[in-house]
Design a protein around this ligand. Structure first.
Ligand SMILES: Cc1ncc(COP(=O)(O)O)c(C=O)c1O
Length: 364
């Protein structure tokens, strides 16, 4: 008899990009620049750090299981009710709860092949049939998803902007798509990078319109710089949120995460600085790649994806950068073997990356 279901037995474990400590040890380098995981290079906001220090003395107490302070702050910001907001251990934690809450029997999932790996891992671990519709020109093509919707479809996962390509679908595209999606299908709209995208008029910030079968997911891991503490949030109709609240672990996210997130929401200067420096960095990257005649994808996020044509070239450049202490992300695991994704860093880190990139692409 098998110890685990066949779909767990056959699951490929998630391979993260490697830690700074691992790379430092492997290559014997002092300085490592990590531009591989779309984190905020400036760290957590000072207000969040202060809140963590203050709450450390209360760690002998359980967190507020209702997460009321953080949920109320989010509800006020987005002008919804507390009952419309769920929080979790990262937006991935909420995704995992969505799968546990809503999927049953013969339900099926639809998403795209070139999208967030964390969701693919959850979909594969659910044991449900998952249909991966290819991207078109690095974008989610919503109309290509429609023919795959059947009576069995339960969840459609859309990532906007999309990781790892940085592209968006527009409000018009979504509205047209939505008209054809049955109301029993739950649409997950993953907006992990929304703080970077919201300044673009063509970006359909999903909180500007509410649908009963859509759940918007956002996170404190990216612009807010709190990836290590694990806190994210979701917003949807209270019936959806009410069911998620029944299934989620009562004490997630932990108390430091809740306190840090509340404080981070107050630090609008920090977010502005993050978004402003990211915009400049993205432009510098575009200029570099244009100069080097390397095709890049216009990004609405804090990373830029480039197309190096061949997977072997990606491997060589990735390795050469690693040897210089610069971590970037090859996209083979995202079904984009010819592509490399570079997260923006601090202005100093970006300069070092750009110089190194020129050098390593000279002969590769
Ligand atoms: C599109 C997308 N969604 C979700 C996440 C995970 O976010 P969290 O840290 O909140 O679980 C990431 C992280 O890389 C992401 O790129």
């Amino acid at each position: 008899m098998s110890l685990v279901p066949h779909y767990i037995e056959n699951l490929e474990p998630y391979k993260a990009g490697g830690t700074i400590a691992e790379i430092r040890q492997k290559y014997g380098l002092e300085r490592i620049i990590k531009l591989a995981s779309n984190e905020n290079p400036f760290g957590p906001s000072p207000l969040a750090q202060k809140a963590i220090a203050e709450h450390i003395h209360d760690l002998h107490r359980y967190p507020d299981s209702g997460g009321i302070e953080l949920r109320s702050r989010l509800a006020a910001i987005y002008k919804v009710k507390v009952e419309n907001v769920v929080i979790g251990s990262g937006s991935e934690g909420i995704m995992s709860n969505i799968m546990r809450t809503f999927l049953m029997d013969e339900d099926e999932i639809i998403t795209s092949s070139g999208t967030f790996i964390g969701f693919k891992v959850l979909a594969n671990a659910s044991g449900k049939k998952t249909i991966y519709v290819p991207l078109n020109n690095y974008r989610f093509e919503l109309k290509a998803i429609l023919p795959y919707i059947s009576a069995k479809t339960k969840i459609i996962y859309l990532c906007n902007p999309n990781n790892p390509t940085g592209t968006i679908f527009t409000r018009e595209e979504f509205d047209e798509f939505y008209k054809h999606v049955p109301s029993r299908v739950l649409i997950i709209l993953d907006e992990a990078y929304f703080e970077f995208a919201e300044e673009f008029p063509e970006y359909p910030d999903s909180m500007h319109y509410r649908y009963d079968n859509v759940i918007t997911l956002r996170t404190f891991s990216k612009a807010h710089g709190l990836a290590g503490i694990r806190v994210g949030y979701g917003m949807a109709h209270e019936r959806l949120i009410g069911n998620l609240m029944k299934v989620k672990l009562p004490f997630e996210p932990n108390s430091l995460a809740q306190a840090a997130a509340v404080a981070s929401l107050d630090d609008t200067d920090f977010i502005r600085h993050t978004v402003d420096t990211n915009r400049e960095a993205r432009e510098q990257f575009y200029q570099l790649f244009s100069e080097l005649k390397i095709p890049f994808v216009k990004s609405y996020t804090n990373f830029v994806t480039i197309d190096l044509g061949l997977e072997t070239r990606v491997q060589k450049i990735h390795q050469a950068l690693l040897e210089k202490g610069i971590m970037v992300r090859p996209l083979k695991a995202f079904d984009l073997g010819q592509c490399l994704r570079i997260t923006t860093g601090t202005p100093e880190e970006n300069q070092i990356f750009m110089e190194a990139f020129r050098e390593v692409t000279r002969d590769k």
